[in-house]
Ligand binder design. Structure first.
Ligand SMILES: C[S@@+](CC[C@H](N)C(=O)[O-])C[C@H]1O[C@@H](n2cnc3c(N)ncnc32)[C@H](O)[C@@H]1O
Length: 204
């Protein structure tokens, strides 16, 4: 069984007891740093039950393009569909890397609490799909504040180091080709999350 299939199964099992409150707060933190234009082409990568996608879709005009929301877990997508009230979301069950869109076609990419499962291949794909100057916002657990179960720990991407603080998060994003990088630590109860926002350079 592939790593992606194992992750899909683990998140399928979690879908009914998912901690929506925590993930809504992370979605708010990402969107506060990179709220896109009303008609921007946007993706929620490894969207789970769509915390980011649903917030955005509800706030957009009816004539805006749907928010693309991709996740490998059918039951997480089903949970997202069940929570949708108004707004258009284009739900897809698939590996989120590569995103099913042409090069340079997105204005913004969001990835909440998932990059540490996807690995650096996701960053390369975001550089592919974003237009020059396009925005990205993602979160990672802060090093030392993440205690995954052994099943999840075994599935973490080896090439995504968890940041020790905002400086680490900024350096890492710059090292992967992004610019205008800002990072903050969000304190959510007893959890700490590094929230990074950045842009693809206008002139690569
Ligand atoms: C901790 S959850 C976060 C979900 C959502 N972004 C949120 O904020 O609630 C991690 C998500 O990553 C998804 N995932 C893991 N690997 C994936 C992959 N290769 N492609 C798409 N989704 C993936 C899981 O199915 C799960 O829904």
């Amino acid at each position: 069984m592939t790593r992606a299939a194992i992750l899909a199964g683990l998140f399928d099992d979690l879908a009914d007891s998912y901690d929506h409150d925590h993930h809504e707060r992370i979605a708010d933190a990402l969107l506060a740093r990179a709220w896109p234009g009303a008609y921007d082409a946007v993706a929620d990568v490894a969207c789970g039950a769509g915390a980011v996608a649903l917030r955005l879709a509800r706030a957009r005009p009816d004539s805006a393009p749907p928010v693309l929301a991709v996740d490998i877990s059918p039951r997480m997508i089903e949970a997202g569909r069940g929570r949708a009230v108004g707004g258009a979301v284009d739900w897809r069950v698939a590996d989120a890397v590569p995103l099913p869109v042409p090069d340079g076609s997105l204005d913004a990419v969001f990835c909440a609490s998932s990059l540490h499962f996807l690995g650096c291949r996701a960053l390369a794909d975001w550089r592919r799909v974003l237009r020059p100057g396009g925005r990205v916002a993602y979160s990672l657990p802060l090093a030392g504040h993440f205690r995954p179960s052994s099943r999840f720990a075994a599935l973490l991407a080896a090439d995504v180091p968890l940041p020790a603080g905002p400086e680490d998060a900024v350096d890492w994003a710059v090292g992967h080709g992004f610019t205008d990088v800002t990072a903050q630590v969000a304190v959510l109860g007893d959890r700490r999350v590094a929230v990074t926002a950045a842009r693809l350079p206008e002139h690569p």
